[in-house]
Design a protein around this ligand. Structure first.
Ligand code: NJP
Length: 260
């Protein structure tokens, strides 16, 4: 198992930090010493989490952000740079799956909104973080939260499968464009995680993922550990593609029990 990274003096932005995987990642990276910038639409919730991190001796700033808004993402990156002088880690985690519906039942407007968050939100993050990281000493790491859905076909999930497949391609292209400038770009496919998103999936009753017993889902803390691992050189073999917690190699890399 690889040791935890030392993130003192590092700046990290985590989108979708108001709950679930993003909240766990913010707490974990702050625990490793990073100044974390928590971004989500729920301003009160991210402020509360940032306050808790500070009470525990960490550094945290909450910035209400809608990742579907290019200018808001630009302002988020700028705020982190203005406050700390750098941006070392960006976790493009914000994502949506609801409304879950078969294509013929889906609402075109809602379908488009998922693209705005799941694809364009990630693109905006890359667009604004990559130049900052390329220009600074030490470069940086961008982690795009992907999914097994990037490589599979699940009924009712046309929006989600299509958007996560697009994110995987964005990861590959961004890696190709920026790796020689010191920017590490990697995807993370977390498996199924006990969060509000899984509650929404369960409530839909569509496709086999909605039937998975709750105790089979991993906790967001494991995903947070994987995010920290991906900031280290030990994870370089996954750059440009998805690291997965569904396979033994990924689980072993972070010291997680292997699946039965
Ligand atoms: O989801 P959930 P997870 N602008 O619903 C935020 C992927 N994943 O933690 O804006 C900014 O608990 C929202 O905040 P708010 C998944 O696709 C998961 O499970 O305040 N933020 C909240 O903080 C996603 O990419 C599983 O409503 C926006 C967060 O996103 C990532 O993991 C499996 C936003 C969602 O929290 C985190 O999902 C897998 C916007 N426009 C991949 N819209 C899994 N859970 O099993 C939403 O393979 N957010």
């Amino acid at each position: 198992m690889t040791t935890a990274p030392k993130l003192d003096g590092k700046t990290a932005i985590i989108t979708g930090a108001s709950r679930g995987i993003g909240e766990a990642a913010a707490r974990h990276l702050a625990g490793q010493g990073a100044h974390v910038f928590l971004a989500a639409r729920s301003a009160d919730r991210i402020t509360e989490i940032a306050e808790k991190i500070k009470e525990n001796g960490g550094k945290a700033t909450a910035i209400a952000t809608d990742v579907a808004d290019n200018s808001a993402v630009a302002a988020l990156v700028q705020a982190a740079v203005d406050q700390t002088g750098r941006l070392d880690i960006l976790v493009n985690n914000a994502g949506l799956i609801n409304p879950i519906a078969r294509i013929v039942d889906s609402d075109p407007e809602a379908w488009g909104q998922i693209m705005d968050v799941n694809i364009k939100g990630v693109y905006y993050g890359l667009r604004h973080a990559m130049p900052v990281m390329a220009a600074q000493d030490g470069g940086g790491t961008i982690i795009n939260i992907s999914s097994g859905a990037a490589n599979s076909f699940l009924e009712g999930w046309s929006h989600y499968c299509a958007s996560k497949a697009a994110v995987l391609r964005l990861t590959g292209v961004a890696h190709k464009e920026a790796h020689d400038q010191g920017v590490r770009v990697v995807g993370l496919s977390p498996g199924t995680v006990a969060t509000e998103m899984q509650e929404q999936i369960r409530a839909s009753g569509i496709n086999p993922v909605s039937q998975i017993p709750w105790e089979r889902h991993i906790t967001p803390d494991w995903v947070a550990k994987a995010i920290a691992f991906l900031t280290m050189d030990a994870a370089d073999k996954w750059l440009g593609t998805d690291f997965s917690l569904k396979v033994d190699e990924g689980r072993e890399a972070i010291g997680m029990p292997l699946e039965n």
